[in-house]
Design a protein around this ligand. Structure first.
Ligand code: ATP
Ligand code: MN
Length: 300
């Protein structure tokens, strides 16, 4: 079956970086819900609009975004909304109580409830030109339109697919749960007392070991044909002595014409951070290690 990006997306061609799911970026269920404006949706929207935790973030919330959240509730991924975890340039992240469908994706009992993280991308405020640069050369985006909405919606799908691929490659990342228009639902990394701290926010007991773990994750990612593209102590979090890589929206495949430069920059950022913690390394060493230990299968 040929997808919207002209790619053959079947099991047999599950080559790293070549996978793609159907993207319906022109119209989504959420857009349709927003247009329909039935009474239940309107009530839902008004309730969310009035909720204290969403008051700060009006720019994310167009009607279709309420539609996306409504759909996620209806599909059993979200049961209740929590507070904001982060307000960023491109997206805001919130906690929410997951529904039965979320528990299932987390490999838990459907009757158990788990906290989830919901990343909501802004369609209007997003720097979509920069996003476009990241998608250059990516065969998954060849026939993508150039309007803001298509680019941002494809980006959200890309983050979801990247999380899935990273996880499959044995890298600890938040488990992807659902994606709906500009909303991405994933595993919440943290506890009741708060979100997991970023690597740059904690005192690292044993920097050498932490460095080796991150280095191994970078190799596994690259082996799976992925380069993070924004890796640093800000996008690695620590929970219960485990390191998790987050924020994979910009991660690109080894098809990207500049993927080597991005890998070089990731190595530079990571090595410099650990060098400041006393580890004897630098960007060149880390890059050489990744090249020596990983061999991306691009299927070419
Ligand atoms: P940036 O601030 O780099 O622009 P961003 O808006 O692209 O970031 P992320 O880096 O994905 O978004 O998330 C922002 C912050 O939200 C993270 O630094 C982290 O503290 C928190 N966060 C994101 N995802 C999760 C998660 N799954 N579980 C817990 N906290 C999370
Ligand atoms: Mn980030």
């Amino acid at each position: 079956m040929t997808g919207e990006f002209g790619l053959v997306a079947t099991e047999e061609t599950d080559v790293p970086g070549d996978e793609w799911e159907e993207i319906d970026y022109s119209d989504t269920e959420a857009d349709r819900i927003a247009r329909q404006r039935d009474r239940e949706f309107s009530e839902f929207r008004d309730r969310i609009k009035d909720a204290e935790q969403f008051k700060v973030s009006d720019s994310v919330f167009d009607d279709a975004t309420y539609g996306a959240l409504y759909k996620l509730v209806q599909d059993g991924y979200i049961e209740a909304f929590g507070g904001p975890l982060s307000t960023g340039k491109e997206a805001n992240v919130y906690t929410a109580l997951g529904g039965p469908a979320a528990s299932e994706k987390l490999d838990a009992d459907r009757d158990e409830r788990h906290e989830v993280a919901v990343k909501l991308y802004r369609i209007n405020a997003s720097d979509f030109r920069e996003m476009g640069d990241y998608m250059e050369g990516d065969p998954r985006f060849e026939s993508l339109g150039h309007d803001k909405k298509s680019i941002v919606l494809a980006w959200v799908r890309k983050e979801f697919a990247n999380l899935r691929r990273a996880r499959k490659a044995g890298v600890r990342v938040p488990i992807p749960i659902a994606v709906e228009r500009n909303a991405l639902v994933m595993e919440y990394i943290g506890t009741d007392t708060g979100r997991a701290k970023r690597l740059g926010e904690v005192h690292i007991e044993n920097p050498e070991t932490a460095y080796e773990v991150v280095r191994e994750y970078m190799c596994r990612l690259y082996d799976a044909g992925l380069v993070h593209g924004d890796l640093s102590e800000y996008n690695i979090v620590v929970e219960d002595s485990e390191l998790y890589i987050i924020d994979l929206g910009q991660a690109m495949t080894a098809h990207h014409p500049n993927h080597e430069e991005f890998l070089e920059r990731d190595c530079e950022n990571v090595a410099n951070f650990f060098a400041r913690q006393g580890v004897d390394t630098d960007g060149d060493q880390l890059l050489a290690y990744v090249y020596a230990h990983a061999d991306p299968e691009t299927g070419e």
